[in-house]
Design a protein around this ligand. Structure first.
Ligand code: SF4
Ligand code: SF4
Length: 67
């Protein structure tokens, strides 16, 4: 199993997300994708925890959680 690089993750709460795609535009790592449920999701392997999406989300649907 790969060693965890970060102590926390940013995750998108689907129930609060308005699908505005602001976070996708903000993410320079292209870490945010549309998953099989057609909801935005953060790829934790690509995410560098820069917080750009977290700060940019207009409805605070992105949450910082312990990894
Ligand atoms: S924290 Fe940064 S790298 Fe991670 S998904 Fe958000 S914008 Fe992308
Ligand atoms: S910026 Fe917020 S509301 Fe917009 S798609 Fe991303 S998580 Fe959803």
């Amino acid at each position: 199993m790969a060693k965890k690089k970060f102590k926390f993750d940013y995750v998108i709460r689907a129930e609060d997300c308005w699908d505005c795609a602001t976070c996708v535009t903000e993410c320079r790592e292209e870490a945010i994708f549309v998953n099989d449920d057609v909801r935005y999701e953060i790829d934790q392997e690509k995410c560098i925890r820069c917080a750009r999406c977290f700060k940019a989300c207009p409805v605070e649907a992105i949450e910082k959680v312990s990894a």
